[in-house]
Write a protein that binds this ligand. Structure first.
Ligand code: BGP
Length: 473
């Protein structure tokens, strides 16, 4: 029997600093790696960058007024580390702290629960220059200090915190596809940087217990549950390998404080395993989160891959349907199209049941609550003559996923809340401004900020009804 959503369910929506704030060099902010990377020719879709973005830094009151009009119960945003510490460590920038004070107070004044992400990829460029950012163990302490500053400042007003956003996706692009900073292709460095990120994650969770004892914290994981392409044992093995290497490698460390055995052994044999120091494993075990943040967009289907098979694919970053190419690890697995699922124009499989399967896997394996910290549909939206966007496709997407959340909860998944991605349109890291996710359309394109006018889409009115009726709509 399907039960209604609980009364205190956090009906939310999400964003990230670099994707909306703009004001990239104002009020003492230092550059982040993204401020620098996006200005290197050929790194982004049509040269788009976040210098102005959606100008949320100056328009946050207007944006929060729209959230209040919608009846939003929670809003997930990220703090830009280089706004707080322009050079990554050392002297704190009071103006940066003040901006988030104002933002948090404005949310609370409208009865909206702030959900604060500590790190959504915009590491200070100064730390990249000084020691290679995540490639050095020195980042563990600098990240901890930055987080403690935020715990002390906002811990009395913010209950829900996200530690690292999509460490898996961000490092995959940083060290394997070279599409995120530092833009290299090196698996050994990939695993070592991840190890430092795991340690940093555990350390701030440990600090959090001391500074914000009544708060809740967890990482947000880019979770694409794996499917086998067929019932052939070879494909099933490929699917198991993919689960181990692309999901459990992260989830097990976060939730159990240990690396999964089979991939660890494989990487040791290949000379790719991270270097451990004394005390590392003990620290990892102290980092058990309060919930698993799930960023869910799609499931991925896997098939067998020979030793001389596919290693490097090509990602569709243009919205040209069908331009995605299979990727994988030779000898272990490669991605395959799933003929049973529709795809978006960016070739992402649309699979609401996959979200339920993923949440159930987390519940069974780790026994932790889930918080959906992102879920949504990126599409080309068109502003019509009646000055709105008829995004019925987005409504259908979100509705079908929410129905599966309800099913999962009835089956025993403890789900704290649901943040759609995203509230307003935002800059998509790899796909520019043309890939839109918001309930609120923003009038701008790749290189022209135009009016930046906020326009409610049909989905805005729909989600307001969902919240008003407690999920009945
Ligand atoms: C996640 C990120 C978000 C957001 C979203 C949509 O990976 O955490 O910041 O961008 O995906 O992805 P995209 O913009 O690539 O379509």
């Amino acid at each position: 029997q399907v039960r209604p959503f609980p009364q205190d369910f956090l009906w939310g929506s999400a964003s990230a600093a670099y994707q909306i704030e703009g004001a990239w060099n104002e009020d003492g902010k230092g550059p982040s790696v993204w401020d620098v990377f996006t200005k290197i020719e050929g790194t982004t879709y049509k040269g788009s960058n976040g210098d102005v973005a959606m100008d949320h830094y100056h328009r946050y009151r207007e944006d929060i007024a729209l959230m209040a009009e919608m009846g939003l119960k929670a809003y997930r945003f990220s703090v830009s580390w280089p706004r707080i510490y322009p050079s990554g460590h050392g002297e704190v920038n009071e103006a940066g702290l003040q901006f988030y004070d104002n933002l948090i107070d404005e949310l609370l004044a409208h009865g909206i629960e702030p959900v604060l992400t500590l790190y959504h990829w915009d590491v200070p460029q100064a730390l990249m220059d000084e020691y290679g950012a995540w490639e050095s163990r020195r980042i563990i302490e600098d990240f901890d200090n930055y987080c403690i500053t935020l715990f002390k400042r906002y811990g009395d007003r913010v209950k829900y915190w996200v530690s690292l956003n999509e460490q898996n996706y961000n490092t995959n692009h940083g060290f394997i596809t070279a599409m995120h900073p530092p833009g290299v292709k090196d698996r050994k460095r990939f695993y070592q940087a991840n190890h430092h990120a795991f340690l940093a994650n555990a350390k701030v969770i440990d600090s959090f217990r001391h500074y914000v004892p009544h708060g809740k914290i967890g990482p947000s994981f880019a979770y694409s549950p794996a499917y086998p392409a067929s019932s052939k044992p070879e494909d099933l093995l490929a699917f198991e390998n993919a689960e181990e290497f692309t999901n459990y490698w992260w989830l097990d460390v976060y939730c159990l404080g240990q690396y999964p055995q089979i991939p660890l052994r494989y990487l040791e044999e290949q000379g790719l395993a991270p270097v451990f120091e004394e005390g590392d494993l003990e620290l990892l075990r102290r980092g058990r989160p309060d919930f698993v943040g799930v960023n869910y967009y799609q499931t991925i289907t896997y098939e067998t891959n020979p030793l001389d098979g596919v290693a490097e694919g090509r990602m569709n970053t243009t919205g040209q349907k069908g331009s995605n190419q299979s990727t994988g690890m030779p000898g272990l697995f490669k991605t395959a199209a799933n003929p049973n699922l529709e795809t978006s124009n960016w070739d992402w499989a649309i699979d609401p049941i996959g979200l339920r399967i993923g949440m159930r896997r987390i519940t069974s394996r780790y026994g932790l609550p889930v918080f959906i910290t992102e879920n949504g549909l990126g599409e080309f939206d068109k502003l019509e003559a009646d000055d709105t966007v008829h995004d019925d496709y987005r409504i259908a997407y979100l509705r079908s996923h929410l129905l599966q959340c309800q099913q999962a909860m009835s089956e025993g998944v403890e789900l704290i809340g649901y943040c759609s991605w995203s509230f307003t349109d935002v800059l998509s890291w790899l796909n520019g401004y043309q890939k839109r996710y918001g309930f609120v359309y923003i009038d701008r394109d790749e290189t022209d900020a135009r009016s930046l006018r906020r326009i409610k889409k049909l989905s805005f009115h729909w989600y307001r009804e969902v919240i008003r009726t407690g999920g009945e709509h």
